[in-house]
Design a protein around this ligand. Structure first.
Ligand SMILES: [Zn+2]
Length: 459
């Protein structure tokens, strides 16, 4: 029997995988991710999973990006949900912030609060337990043993899963499927991926894997230059040494890049460092979550000097070394900063305040804007084009604000990394590319010929 079924695998985002196990002639299923299609995908309209005809026993989430968790509220309420503990907290923060946002229509805000309530429900949501060496294997779903492993991605607390399912037609009675989720090899923790496969997944070649489900986002973006996260941090440091007033557009959940910019601002503002300013209390909460969790493993994730923009511009602060109290704007003008904003109309005034300060000769440099996201969003020819963002960036340019596009690194594995992972896992029965617009390109990867024969291009 085929143990893996993929829905919407031919696009980036909104892909759903169902893994099945055969026990006493009965099929049991686990779903991996249930997210929304990204704008511009093949399936603008999401498919409807046949919950009644092909019931699933549990849904496992690889990470908290919308194209993986976006349809969580459509999952029937009796089905348990499995995810990482920090991912769960980050998702609760997002939903609560949206639910309390006064600019969001009431009914829509209510839906976000309901989602937060679901995520807070300990009876329904189960998180993975770290035992000090690895995550405990999940054994409470009939017919399955699931091993979660942490992987590096632009979402923090992302997982790869190894499913051991029952199959009466194999010699051992078992069939093993690895699902990578989204991952990369060039993040801060990316280099451990191959060790993890060798040591835990393959158990030094003592364990063979039957099927591999792997993401292939970068197969259609293979001309993009990819730098590692630490390289990006170094570039950012050099850039911030030249530019004292820097605005940043970066996702609130891309912890690794936020850490790179925060650390770069500390080094560039030597010896005191520069503060990071953010646009909402929600953002502060997310950074605090990462400081308390990831920060206890590596100090690079500690965000100590982060402040929210003051709503009251006349509010002042005192310091023993200052003759007079200063407003936040005055502190920012005096000491420089890195400030995270959104490319939306109502954030434009943050930049304007510094363009005016420059014109009034209070500061000697113009502010700059770092666009640290995938540049397809700003490309009118690309189907994921975001006009509001494009217009925002163009307006800043017109004011004479320099835009920096090169301080960004992808959250996804390069084709070279994909090939290394495929060869290391060495699937014996099937290779399922997904989360990709270029499945057929997997045939051109430097992987073993026998594995090429196992690529499932159709499912
Ligand atoms: Zn992702």
């Amino acid at each position: 029997m085929e143990h893996v079924k993929i829905y919407q695998g031919n696009q980036i985002g909104g892909c759903v995988t169902v893994i099945s196990s055969m026990i006493n002639g009965e099929i049991h299923r686990i779903m991996v991710d249930y997210g929304s299609s990204l704008p511009g995908s093949d399936n603008e309209k999401d498919f409807d999973y046949p919950w009644d005809d092909e019931p699933v026993d549990a849904v496992f989430f690889t990470h908290y990006h919308g194209d993986h968790v976006g349809r969580l509220m459509e999952i029937p309420s009796h089905i348990p949900l499995y995810m990482g503990d920090v991912a769960r907290q980050a998702m609760i923060n997002i939903q609560e912030a949206l639910g309390k946002n006064p600019y969001i229509p009431k009914e829509e805000a209510q839906l976000h609060l309901e989602e937060a309530a679901v995520l807070n429900d300990d009876k329904r949501v189960k998180t993975f337990n770290w035992n000090g060496i690895f995550y405990d294997h999940v054994k409470d779903i009939e017919g399955f043993v699931v091993e979660p492993y942490s992987v590096d991605h632009s979402a923090y607390d992302a997982y790869l899963f190894l499913f051991e399912v029952c199959d009466p037609n194999t010699k051992s009675g078992k069939y093993k499927v690895v699902h990578t989720g989204d991952f990369r090899g060039h993040g801060r923790r990316g280099n451990v991926m191959l060790t993890l496969i060798k040591k835990y997944i393959r158990r030094f070649n003592k364990r063979s894997i039957d099927a591999l489900v792997i993401e292939g986002t970068m197969m259609s973006r293979s001309r993009e230059r990819v730098i590692s996260e630490p390289q990006m941090q170094l570039k950012a440091t050099k850039y911030l040494m030249k530019h004292k007033y820097a605005f940043l557009i970066c996702s609130s959940t891309n912890v690794d890049s936020l850490a790179s910019f925060y650390q770069a601002a500390q080094d560039a503002g030597h010896p005191y460092g520069r503060n990071m300013y953010v646009y909402s209390y929600y953002f502060i909460k997310q950074l605090k979550l990462y400081t308390d969790t990831a920060g206890s493993f590596a100090s690079v994730y500690k965000f100590d000097n982060v402040y929210q923009f003051d709503a009251d511009s006349t509010k002042t602060y005192s310091h023993p070394n200052w003759d007079n109290p200063k407003t936040q704007q005055e502190m920012m003008e005096d000491y420089g900063f890195i400030a995270v904003i959104k490319p939306e109309d109502y954030h434009e005034h943050y930049i304007d305040a510094f363009v005016e300060a420059y014109k009034a000769n209070r500061i000697k440099q113009m502010p700059v804007l770092i666009f640290s996201m995938w540049n397809g969003y700003l490309n009118p020819k690309h189907k994921a084009f975001k006009k509001e963002w494009f217009d925002f960036v163009e307006r800043q340019k017109a004011k004479g604000v320099e835009i920096e596009y090169d301080l960004h690194t992808s959250g996804h594995a390069t084709p070279k990394m994909l090939a290394s992972v495929i060869n290391a896992i060495n699937p014996q029965d099937a290779l399922y590319p997904m989360h990709t617009e270029k499945k057929e390109e997997f045939m051109n990867l430097p992987i073993k010929d026998e594995i090429k024969q196992r690529i499932r291009l159709k499912s």
